[in-house]
Design a protein around this ligand. Sequence first.
Ligand SMILES: [Ca+2]
Ligand SMILES: [Ca+2]
Length: 288
Amino acid sequence: MGDAPKILWQYVINGTYEWWSGPAVIGDYLLFGDSNSVLVSVYKDSGAKVDEINLSRHYNLSAGKIRSAVTYNHQTKRVYLTSGNGYIYALGFDPLAGKFNPDLGWYTAVGGYTASTPVTQTGRVYVCSGSFFKPGGLYCLREADGHLLWKHEFTGYGSEASPAISVQNGKANIYITTDCANGAVHCFGEDGNMKWQFVPDHPEYVLAGVALASDKVFFVNDTGYLYALGRYESWDVNCDGQVNLLDMVIIGQHFGQAGNPGWVRADVNKDGVINVLDMVLVGQHWGG
Ligand SMILES: [Ca+2]
Ligand SMILES: [Ca+2]
């Protein structure tokens, strides 16, 4: 068992061992928060502590347990995180020395509770708040100073997850999940308008956020289902990601039928009849 994993180092704090947070590696340093509202920077290879900051003490507030991971912006040299009692922090961090500089930053409240890890994108910070019984929502803050640009709050619940961002045509889409009995995925534009929401056919609470890959939105919920949301071009009639004979066959099976425009996917051009024009569209995208 020569290649079995070995423990290289351990980092232990006294008192409480309730670790709900996530670490981040920045240069030679590993950063993470604990349930005593302390954010530490240790050498990632040895675990030796380089710096720490007690958020409650430094900001003179009751920060609560840190249940957020740490986000780093290389351009602004700041780390971002939240603490349980509903605060988000931006702190300067020297990636060469491994030290915090909280004076190069800000903090602000985003509701009464948060476990969300902030995400930065083109001068903005997105973060969620709330839980299955604590209200919250999605907040968009100006990265420079924490000024609230917009927010979308839910009634009676919020999101314990972290936002995920995709950029299409230079514009950000922000995806979040909600932690309620009808837990949904919501997609917001960067101006704060909700573009769509999706409640699955087996609804339940959603604790995790979404994963974005291959033009799809993946998420799980407490029923134990994994969902993949995507959009298929209209000429991919059978929604298998390819345009080929199988799509032609479906059109052939419905050939000559009429209905409300687009009533079935075989009406590819959505003109209310299934005929050679639908086949032409499939042919034009053949092999795609
Ligand atoms: Ca197809
Ligand atoms: Ca048609």
